[in-house]
Design a protein around this ligand. Sequence first.
Ligand SMILES: [Zn+2]
Length: 238
Amino acid sequence: MGLEKVADGVWLLRGDFRGAMNVYFLEDGDGVVQFDAGTKGMRKAVKAAGEQLGGIKRVVLGHAHADHRGTAPYVGAPVFCHADDVADAENDAAITPYFDLSQLPVAWVRWIYPTLLRHWDGGAVRIAGTVAEGDEIAGFRVVHFPGHAPGLIGLWRESDRVALVSDVVYLVDSGRLKPLPEGEASVPHPAWAWDHEQAKQSLRRLAALDPCVVGAGHEPPLRGESLRATLERAAEKH
Ligand SMILES: [Zn+2]
């Protein structure tokens, strides 16, 4: 799968399981910043995309879950994340300690996730530095959206209302391993949550930004002028 243009200076690479794993590239001078790191199986495609875009200067993780840090050790660029996700990023466990797979509703899905997570993971990541709320990254502002992960961050560009948000919102039904119907969204399933109530609060905060493009961690971006209502409704599911 090739690079898709999401917005001015923003590119999306989709890969791995059903093409549902997203890695974003943000033009920054003569190269790019990589936002989120997908799965280990995407490492060659990420390298090729980075070269095509002038080279990856640094990697910023939206959060440290296995399916978001997979390529990070293989890119050859320094990796940054929020301070509250450093410990999980630098831990070699593919299954993040606060995950509670017993909450997933379907037996075969509960059973297969440990295998999937280990397959997706690229292992422990050395974190070169941290980013925090308000920092500027390639023309975007860092927003801290704790809940699904303690150090979950999104990137927000007010000028064209583009939000890149990792797993602040799901466009997938992770409990059944399939996409949600087009245009639908939900707060991530509580099985993955560090703090599910905070995850809902963070999703309401994203809604309040009133974005017209939302690039999530999985599935193609949401677009439209009524995303605020979609996101507000999503915060009440689960
Ligand atoms: Zn996640």
